[in-house]
Design a protein around this ligand. Structure first.
Ligand code: NOJ
Ligand code: CA
Length: 702
């Protein structure tokens, strides 16, 4: 594999249809089980296929690029430029493992037509999947590129079971549809939410999961290292069992403005024979560039609380005043008075700080602290949100000091209402303001249509924006948690200050009708493969009607399940979303949230099936303790927890937080029980999980 080989197209005379394309080059994974074959057909069109143990995963599928300046899709000759093998490892700043092995075989292939138009394809094969990307080199007659289409296809070998959300240029806050490919058209709902940017026709977003109907095969398609390029959705053609790349356009239909040389993001396929291996895969991080930040000591994984859920339970507002209807674009706040329903006020924030301090929670997010919320979703003006103007009832400096005196950090909130252009203009001022006042983490938000030009959230312009914000934040020593941004593609390896993103239907939806239990048993297989999520777990009071404020939504979860989510949805930034008074009602269960860490040195997926159940064990990075979390869908089950991962001959004290015998997420969500026992590596626990339930275990070394 080490030597460069020159390989000329041999199939052009022979191949007349897809089924008889000669494959000109074959690359295999380090364990020899996964194979990538590539060649050109009689018209010089490139095609690739993927096999696992000689059985098809992707059947012959097209490649190519189409721009105003060129079409590189046929009349091509393929040459193998170079091959390579790499076996190294790297240590993430945070994550599920202390060390990640990066082991692959690589090939660089050149496709060139007779006019000299060309692209290279770089392919990397790992034991658990592969990535390939287009690399367009400098070439005669091409400089600027107005990209119209990427012609990448993924042809499927069977009527795969699809786990997908609808294609939409602006939002990924959807529930998943689970359906055979052949019935997807009928099964996929037409979401009302952000209808305007729904992709016409049948399309899905990545990361998406597929399962083979009759053999052990799980495939996740996504992308890695999304830089300078729009995000990719997939058009679905159930009749031909085909998926094809659908890049997010700008408002004029152009997909990307580029200049040679450039590279596309990696097109990734995680391919495993069982579900736990899919969850453990680090392939997308491996395809990202190493950490770009030299000194990462300031990046601190942490739990946090928020002056936040009060705005969702009903009646409370981010806004200080109710006067917005009468007066869009308010500037003189001193002339207004509080509506009395504004939780980001000094006394209330102090209450949260006291609670966080008393319970060792190191950070507190405060939303609704700054001017601009009165008319934020409607009338959008430049400098609507000003990121250094606290409301009159939020005594910023004294609150920062009050928090610091109690070892608590405040987390900044920058809702942009989609006005990304204005945010960029204010960015340096906003970050300087944060540093001056002792903030070192920010939650950003992009609710609404994007300014300028009403760009889409997943367009090239916005991808550049999110990456710019994160790299500038790194310059200032600021951690970022972005909401409503494009779904992550493993860029957190390069910028580990990008500690979390939302980019899926998160916990906030427990207040808008609820997240059915299968949702959190599925997103670790899909959305989470791109990076951690600020899901906002920790909901102890799921019945919002109890607040008597008009919101009758019900969280679709048991209380014990909420504890398990800290293990099944790992994130270096993990919220405790509920109100202090709800945690005070259940102090024994709250103890688990006080104990559970957010940094891991090892992770073992013990059992899993997408959208059904997950049981995972993780080792605390800073102690000898292990933690186990398990969730189910709406069906009860008995989980098997085989503790053979514990070090031999060591004794551990297990504290088990599980659903009560009569627990059910619909009728009795707050029934739980806590027990303790001694365990060691020979112990196998059988634990009952209620419908919509879960359990969490702390294994403390004796
Ligand atoms: C939507 C975010 O997901 C949520 O967390 C935030 O509170 C609101 N936008 C307001 O910024
Ligand atoms: Ca959101």
């Amino acid at each position: 594999m080490k030597n460069s080989i020159r390989f000329f197209c041999a199939s052009s005379l022979l191949a007349v249809s897809l089924s008889c394309i000669a494959s000109d080059f074959r690359l295999v994974s380090p364990d020899g089980e996964l194979a990538f074959e590539i060649g050109v057909d009689s018209q010089g069109k490139p095609f690739y296929s993927v096999n696992l143990k000689n059985l098809p995963v992707i059947s012959n599928s097209a490649l190519g690029l189409k721009a105003d300046e060129f079409v590189i899709a046929d009349g091509l000759e393929m040459n193998v430029v170079a091959t390579d093998s790499v076996d190294s490892s790297w240590s993430p700043v945070w994550g599920e493992f202390e060390s990640v092995r990066n082991h692959y075989n690589e090939a660089l292939l050149n496709f060139c037509d007779r006019n000299g138009l060309q692209f290279n394809l770089r392919v990397r094969l790992f034991d658990d999947g592969l990535g390939f990307r287009y690399e367009v080199p400098e070439q005669k007659n091409v400089n600027y590129v107005t990209l119209r289409d990427e012609l990448t296809e993924f042809n499927l070998p069977a009527d795969m079971t699809m786990y997908v959300i609808p294609g939409d240029y602006d939002s990924d806050e959807f529930l998943y549809t689970i359906s055979p490919l052949s019935r997807l058209r009928e099964a996929m709902p037409n979401p009302k939410h952000s209808e305007s940017s729904r992709i016409l026709g049948l399309a899905v977003q990545t990361p998406m999961l597929m399962k083979h109907p009759s053999r052990p095969l799980y495939v996740n398609i996504h992308e890695a290292a999304l830089v300078g390029y729009p995000a990719m959705a997939l058009d679905v053609n159930p009749e031909s069992m085909s998926l094809s790349s659908h890049l997010t356009p700008d408002k004029t239909g152009v997909k990307a403005y580029l200049q040679v040389p450039f590279v596309s993001p990696w097109r990734t396929l995680i391919i495993t024979e069982n579900a736990p291996d899919m969850l453990a895969s680090q392939l997308i991080y491996n395809l990202n560039e190493p950490c770009a930040i030299e000194d990462t000591s300031w990046i601190k994984p942490q739990k946090f609380m928020g002056v936040w859920w009060e705005m969702f339970t009903g009646g409370k507002t981010w806004a200080y005043s109710d006067k917005y209807n009468a007066k869009p674009g308010i500037t003189d706040y001193a002339a207004l008075s509080s509506n009395g329903r504004h939780p980001a006020n000094t006394a209330n924030v102090k209450r949260y700080i006291d609670f966080a301090a008393a319970n060792n929670i190191p950070a507190l997010l405060v939303e609704g602290w700054n001017e601009g919320w009165e008319d934020w979703a409607g009338y959008k003006k430049n400098r609507q949100f000003i990121f250094d103007k606290p409301y009159p009832d939020f005594a910023l400096d004294s609150l920062v000091q009050y928090a610091a005196d109690r070892n608590v950090k405040l987390i900044m909130h920058h809702e942009t209402a989609g006005n990304a252009a204005d945010y960029e203009r204010q960015l340096d001022d906003a970050f300087r303001f944060m540093k001056k006042h002792g903030y070192d983490a920010v939650k950003t938000g992009y609710v609404g249509h994007i300014i300028p030009r009403s760009e889409y959230h997943s367009s090239q312009w916005m991808v550049d924006h999110y990456n710019h914000v994160v790299s500038k934040a790194a310059d200032y020593g600021i951690m970022v948690d972005s909401h409503e941004a494009v779904r992550p593609t493993g860029m957190m390896r390069t910028y580990p200050n990008w500690v979390a993103q939302e980019s899926a239907r998160g916990g906030e939806y427990e207040s808008f009708g609820g997240n059915p239990p299968y949702h959190t048993a599925l997103i670790p297989f899909t959305r989470l493969k791109g990076g951690p999520m600020d899901y906002t777990p920790g909901l102890f009071e799921p019945d919002l009607a109890k607040y008597g404020k008009g919101n009758t939504s019900r969280g679709l979860t048991t209380l014990a399940r909420q504890l398990a989510l800290y293990l099944t949805m790992p994130s270096p930034l993990q919220m405790l979303c509920d109100l202090p008074e709800n945690y005070q009602r259940f102090p024994d269960a709250f103890q688990f949230l006080k104990d559970v860490p957010v940094e891991w040195s090892d992770s073992r997926y013990l059992e899993a099936e997408p959208a059904e159940y997950i049981t995972v064990a993780r080792k605390d990075k800073n102690s000898a303790d292990w933690y186990v979390g398990s969730i189910t869908d709406d069906q009860p089950r008995t989980a098997t927890v085989d503790l053979s991962f514990l070090p031999k001959g060591e004794s551990y004290e297990a504290t088990i937080y599980q659903d009560g015998d009569d627990a059910d997420f619909r009728t009795n969500p707050q029934s739980y029980k806590i027990s303790s026992r001694k365990v060691n590596e020979k112990t196998k626990l059988k634990i009952k999980v209620a419908p919509g339930g879960g359990f969490a275990i702390r294994l403390k070394k004796n």
